[in-house]
Design a protein. Structure first.
Lengths: 286, 142
């Protein structure tokens, strides 16, 4: 076996485990913030194993295929990232995964599921442009869309584009489905749209989607790690700090409407990234 | 299956109770009782729920809704009647619009009496349901 591929393979295999533990830690931290004891760290694994063993209610023939597609495309994106491939490829694979989820939500008569799918589209409309703009800034700074280009670039990206780093918290909040931007699929106890985009999933299809969601969270955190690619351990610390801030925001803010989500992400997000860009041009870094 | 006992997702349906029992159910989720310690969470989706907690008596209006919710829940599932009204109809038992306890409409696994049922009792009821679930596999139902 070629040693060059050992680290990427190990990373991809370890991600579901990491994702589950992080989800458990998330619930534990949330509970502590609310003055509760909270569930055990491995609670998300119990949930998924239980869901896997339950009787599935399949609402359409496409549903299991699309739920599997969500997981497969997230895993594909993760593999591309582990192989240090093209950033745009990685982002568009992630989009494909989301599209699977949305089509699956549309693929039933349920109005809750439909509305959840529509809101998930709006969530994508909010955070995808931020990610693509960040990728474009990275391309202009490092001269390459390749992830390996970030590794070979002289200085850590955080020092060059701090504003773009801060904006990633919006991406993280929307992806983790946390308040204030958990409009599409609410977690426990927020039941405005029943379960939004997840309403029609049950049994093993829900387990697949849940697994995909864990991996996607770790995936986005890994992308944030790239802001300090020279020492990935420090990059991970940075990503976890943003992750903690997202949990803090979840416990502080009530849910906002999709309009304010679009307004914040587009106005604040785009402005910060572009301002970062203008400053770089003025300082003649690029 | 150990995971099934460690992760109970509860669907709460209020079939016209006075809200006394509903407040007690929500009290079980607060820091003092914190049922999430045991993996119990309140979920709004019948397709993902394991336990149906019903408060209030069954009447001509809500029996269709109750039956519908029960049918939408995948096996293995449990039904807990919380409060005297859900168990027998309570003070409403002889009202013309009331059928009686919810067991007139759907099969009930655990009865939690009380007006209103205390959070400790409700948690006790859920634990009883867990014990019953431990000996219950999805195949046995069919």
């Amino acid at each position: 076996m070629n040693f060059r591929y050992m680290v990427p393979i190990l990373y991809v295999l370890a991600t579901p485990l990491m994702g589950g533990l992080m989800m458990g830690l998330d619930r534990k931290i949330t509970a502590r913030m609310q003055g509760r004891v909270g569930p055990p760290l491995v609670q998300p694994f119990y949930d998924v194993i239980k869901l896997w063993g339950k009787e599935p209610f399949i609402s359409s023939r496409m549903q299991p295929i699309l739920a599997t597609g969500y997981l497969v495309f997230v895993l594909t994106g993760l593999t591309l990232l582990a192989l240090k491939a093209d950033l745009l490829h990685i982002l568009f694979t992630l989009t494909l995964a989301d599209i699977c989820l949305i089509v699956s939500a549309y693929n039933s008569e349920s109005p809750y599921s439909n509305l959840g799918g529509r809101r998930e589209l709006l969530a994508m409309l909010s955070y995808e442009p931020i990610m693509v703009l960040t990728a474009m800034s990275i391309q202009i700074v490092t001269g390459s869309f390749l992830v390996s280009g970030i590794f070979s670039y002289g200085t850590p990206l955080l020092l060059v584009m701090p504003a773009a780093f801060i904006v990633q918290i919006l991406v993280l909040i929307i992806d983790m489905k946390k308040s204030p931007y958990d409009v599409s699929g609410s977690g426990h106890a927020h039941q405005e749209l029943v379960r939004g985009v997840y309403t029609e999933f049950s049994g093993y299809t829900m387990a697949l989607v849940e697994l995909g969601h864990w991996i996607k969270t770790v995936f986005i955190l890994s992308l944030i790690c790239l802001f300090w690619a020279h020492n990935l351990l420090f990059g991970a610390v940075l990503a976890l700090a943003l992750w903690f801030l997202a949990i803090l925001a979840d416990n502080i803010y009530p849910r906002l409407t999709w309009k304010s989500m679009l307004r914040t992400t587009w106005l604040t997000g785009f402005t910060l990234i572009l301002a970062n860009f203008v400053v770089l041009i003025v300082l003649e870094v690029i | 299956m150990k995971a099934r006992l460690k992760s109970l997702w509860v669907l709460h349906y209020d079939g016209g109770s006075c809200n006394g029992c509903d407040i007690e159910i929500l009290a079980a989720l607060t820091p003092k009782f914190d049922v999430e310690r045991f993996g119990i969470v309140n979920i709004g989706d019948p397709k993902q729920a394991d336990v149906l907690l019903v408060t209030g008596p069954a009447n001509h209006r809500n029996q269709r809704v109750l039956r519908n919710l029960y049918d939408q829940m995948p096996e293995p599932k449990m039904v807990i009647a919380v409060g005297t009204c859900a168990c027998t109809g309570g003070v409403f038992h002889n009202c013309p619009n009331v059928l009686g306890g919810i067991d007139k409409v759907i099969p009930v696994d655990v009865y939690v009496p009380g007006c209103a049922a205390r959070p400790e009792q409700i948690i006790d009821g859920v634990v009883l349901a867990m014990e019953k679930l431990a000996g219950k596999a999805p195949e046995e139902e069919e």
